[in-house]
Design a protein around this ligand. Structure first.
Ligand SMILES: [Zn+2]
Length: 205
């Protein structure tokens, strides 16, 4: 992945993680006034709702820069995919980032469903059950830690978006949209791209 938009986000993440945020002016009254009539974000973020993973802050972006959809464990449903389709088809975003993170409670809950048949109550169950197949798939692929499982869950979520949405799948196929799976590290503040090949496989070579 070498897109300019992704490179800019990684640069913003590095700035923020190192305490050199430049987003201040882009979050103020002038920028707000510029955006009252329209928006044209270039990037769509599908991220976890975790309070520690706010996309605009950790990528050092301002008002109007990111179209953000956040659910626990970046799980998908019709409203989520519909929101994403709006961002691509109507607003014309060019980059999709699925952003998972270290220490994700939703991924941990899904792992407990798989490992202990510990099924959460209420609609938390729906969240865990949407992630559980990806936990199994990651484990079968050799992922041994929750962090590795979370990274692969982000990658599989990109695949699910591509498969389930005709609008997004077509945009990816013709190159109107690029997609990146990424993982945020709580302790360092850094975002890293999840490669197509699980890291443990690379290490085993
Ligand atoms: Zn999470």
């Amino acid at each position: 992945m070498t897109s300019t938009s992704w490179a800019r986000l990684l640069e913003g993440n590095q700035r923020w993680a190192e305490g050199r945020s430049e987003a201040g002016d882009t979050r103020g009254a002038v920028r707000r006034a510029e955006l009252t009539g329209s928006q044209s974000p270039k990037t769509l973020i599908l991220g976890c709702a975790d309070s520690r993973v706010p996309a605009e802050i950790l990528f050092d972006q301002g008002l109007g820069d990111l179209f953000v959809v956040r659910t626990a464990g970046h799980t998908l449903d019709a409203a989520v995919i519909g929101s994403m389709e709006y961002a691509v088809e109507i607003l014309g975003v060019e980059l999709l980032v699925v952003l998972g993170h270290e220490g994700c409670g939703a991924v941990a809950a899904a792992a407990r469903v798989v490992d202990e048949v510990a099924v959460p109550h209420g609609y938390i169950r729906d969240v865990a059950e949407k992630i559980s197949p990806n936990v199994l798939r990651a484990r079968l692929g050799g992922a041994s830690t929750l962090d590795e499982v979370g990274r692969q869950h982000a990658r599989y979520t990109v695949e699910q978006v591509r498969e389930r949405s005709t609008v997004l799948g077509d945009a990816l196929r013709i190159g109107a949209l690029e997609a990146v799976a990424a993982q945020y590290c709580l302790s360092t503040g850094r975002v890293t791209e999840v490669g197509a090949v699980p890291e443990q496989h690379l290490l085993a070579v």
